[in-house]
Design a protein around this ligand. Structure first.
Ligand SMILES: [Zn+2]
Ligand SMILES: [Zn+2]
Length: 360
């Protein structure tokens, strides 16, 4: 039974939310597990407006800049009000206790058990069928990316060989594939070499980073921040961020299957970032809020961006709504065709630049 694995982009903006992009949050869904990476302000609202606020399995925070965690107090409070009983673990770089103490004073106590786990680089957390490891990255404060990688899978079953060795198709095939020795035939005799599980790597906020490149080696999906365009490479370096082109170079060198850019600032049109990234690494997508990436096992196909088709969040003003829908209708639906995001919008070009500059 193939295990579902997908990413749901809860918020794809960086620093400042816009009508179309919320602050950083990414939901990894694997089987029944729901793992949230970062929780910018407004994350619970984003979830309520899309896939719903499901019981989270656990939470990982990349670092403690406000745009990555301010949504936690409200989210925890809501879980408490809904009567959550299951304990919830929140992981992050050192400093978590201090931060969450502050946050919880603001939100009021919660009655479920909250485990605050400060991680060190090199830690590997084992879960049912997969592992999660923090990856120290290069930002202005202690910051982690995260790698989530599945356990190895059994090799490919060879039915012809199994039959030749005396097994009968049916239950005997099933048993030997599940690891049993049947009629003297061991799994090793009829299964090929074990296969790697899938791997997802999430950069958090970072300048181009060698440890992250190593961690992302042959990942199925690399989710990398792309705060700046090439013409602000210097500023990216000063602020501990990456340009879209730098993120793409990491993806290319790491030989990942798909690069998903996120953490967009209001300073650059998203279409420009796409162009710059794809020049270095064509298999790049730029998800919008509520888009998902489905990640099948390699033999079943490539990871694919699935555009959100649910209802439009009610907060959008009529003008914005029109633009969004026109964009979706006028242009073909496939990812590779130019989309509404290619057209610079007011939020991309005007006004907020000075504020954005001051904040980063
Ligand atoms: Zn950030
Ligand atoms: Zn940051």
């Amino acid at each position: 039974m193939p295990m579902d694995l997908s990413l749901f982009f809860v918020g794809t903006g960086g620093s400042i939310p816009t009508p179309r992009r919320g602050l950083p949050a990414l939901l990894v869904r694997r089987g029944g597990d729901r793992i949230l990476f970062d929780c910018g302000e407004g994350t619970q609202r984003q979830l309520v407006s899309s896939v719903g606020l499901s019981e989270l399995t656990e939470i990982f925070v990349t670092h403690y800049h406000a745009d990555h965690w301010l949504g936690l107090p409200g989210l925890l409070k809501t879980f408490d009000l809904r009567g959550r009983e299951r304990p919830l673990a929140i992981h992050g770089p050192p400093g978590l206790d201090e931060l969450l103490g502050l946050a919880l004073r603001a939100a009021g106590r919660v009655r479920f058990k909250l485990d605050l786990v400060e991680l060190r680089g090199g830690a590997v957390l084992a879960r049912e069928g997969y592992r999660i490891a923090p990856v120290p990255v290069a930002h202005r404060s202690p910051a982690f990316g995260y790698a989530l990688f599945e356990d190895e899978r059994p090799g490919v079953f060879d039915p012809v060989r199994a039959e030749r060795l005396g097994l009968t198709p049916g239950p005997e095939f099933g048993r030997v594939q599940r690891g049993e020795t049947v009629k003297g035939v061991s799994p090793k005799q009829v299964l090929g070499p074990s296969r790697a599980g899938r791997k997802i790597v999430i950069s958090g906020d970072t300048a181009p980073c060698e440890t992250l490149r190593v961690a992302a080696h042959q990942a199925d999906v690399l989710v990398h921040e792309a705060t700046f365009a090439e013409d602000e490479r210097e500023r990216a370096a000063e602020t501990g961020h990456s340009t879209a082109g730098q993120a793409a170079a990491i993806a290319r060198d790491a030989e990942v299957r798909l690069l998903a850019l996120t953490h967009f600032s209001t300073r650059h049109p998203v279409g420009l970032l796409r162009e710059e990234a794809r020049a270095a690494f064509p298999d790049t997508v730029l998800p919008r809020d509520f888009d998902a990436i489905e990640i099948p096992f390699p033999e079943r196909g490539e990871p694919v961006l699935v555009r959100w088709t649910g209802r439009t969040p009610p907060e959008l003003a009529p003008a914005e709504l029109e633009q969004t829908e026109a964009g979706a209708e006028d242009v073909a639906r496939t990812e590779d065709v130019a989309r509404a995001d290619d057209v610079p919008r007011a939020e991309d070009v005007a006004g907020t630049e000075d504020v954005a500059g001051a904040r980063r």
